[in-house]
Design a protein around this ligand. Structure first.
Ligand code: AMP
Length: 306
């Protein structure tokens, strides 16, 4: 069933120990949509300038992604982000953030998007995330992502926003910042008091933990032989997670959400995050097949069963 995805569509400059690319397709909504498109139809809400290349539009359009909500600003430039990674690729330094048309982004949903049942709010200003949710009228499952900047400087706005969400996906340092608790278990318990019934804490190469009031589930990270570029891994995780749930038509409003499905969604998230790291930018998604996704999912099962 249809999934609306909101966030940045960008050009990125990335340097890792494996090489450097000055400008390539990126953006949180791009990664989320590409990953989710393997599981369910996606409707993107974002803004680009008129420098956005036709081949990039074509890639998205060829992947089950509706672009009716992709605003194009005449004379504007697409959001540009550049970053560089440490030798072990666990740390990233932002070198440049040119908001360009993203600075005035005011997401307006086409009428054809409003009744979609699933919503993933990528990392944008919490008030904008809230306004998107308010434009929808038949939601079954909604949630999203945020980052340290919004947690530190827009705390009240962020708390009001996530109070309306079913799930929150954040990394471990963000969970600590949001809860003011260092211990992750305590941090999770506090965050589950803030509104979402489901919390996924991503731990980079160490995997992810799914928290609910009744307990938690731990997914390891997939052991890749080579990590070329971790950019977009968190967003691809989010795309795999919500894409799987939307594809299955999960409906928490009809009683308790099926926790086994949530666990599978976390594994699909880990699978999509791991594929993302195998090549630069979105390149791995140009060739990735559903069969490869299923094979890695099975591998996760076999290497964690005991
Ligand atoms: P991730 O590695 O999952 O954190 O996602 C990286 C992607 O986020 C890159 O493709 C960037 O274009 C995008 N990005 C970086 N900074 C921002 C920002 N401030 N707002 C929105 N998107 C961003």
């Amino acid at each position: 069933m249809s999934l609306v995805v909101v966030g940045s569509v960008a050009y990125d400059g990335v340097e890792t120990p494996h090489g450097k690319i000055d400008r390539m397709l990126g953006g949180a909504a791009t990664y989320i949509a590409l990953a989710a498109g393997y599981f369910t139809p996606v409707k993107i809400v974002a803004v680009v300038g008129d420098d956005f290349a036709p081949e990039d539009t074509d890639l998205l359009a060829s992947r089950n992604i509706d672009l009716a909500g992709l605003q194009r600003v005449p004379g504007g430039k697409t959001f540009f982000w550049a970053g560089t990674y440490s030798a072990d690729m666990n740390d990233r330094t932002t070198l440049r953030t040119d908001l360009n048309v993203f600075a005035d982004f005011n997401p307006r949903l086409p009428a054809s998007y409003r009744s979609a049942p699933y919503l993933l709010l990528g990392n944008i200003q919490p008030a904008l995330q809230r306004s998107v949710r308010a434009q929808m009228n038949g939601l079954k499952l909604a949630g999203g992502d945020t980052m340290n900047y919004w947690i530190n400087d827009f705390r009240a706005e962020l708390l009001a926003t996530i109070a309306e969400w079913d799930f929150l996906l954040i990394n471990d340092s963000e969970a600590r910042l949001l809860s003011h608790e260092h211990n992750l278990r305590r941090a999770a318990a506090k965050i589950l008091e803030m509104g979402p019934h489901t919390l996924v804490i991503k731990r980079g190469e160490h995997g992810a933990v799914l928290f609910r009031r009744e307990g938690h589930f731990m997914a390891p990270g997939y052991l890749l032989e080579d990590v070329f570029d971790p950019t977009g891994a968190g967003d691809s995780f989010a795309g795999g997670f919500i894409g799987y749930l939307a594809g299955q038509g999960i409906e928490p409003s009809r009683g308790n959400i099926d926790v086994a499905e949530l666990r599978r969604a976390v594994i699909y998230g880990s699978v999509m995050g791991s594929f993302c790291c195998e090549q630069f930018g979105v390149d791995r998604f140009r060739t990735l097949t559903r069969e490869e996704i299923e094979a890695r999912y099975q591998e996760f099962q076999s290497c964690t069963r005991f």
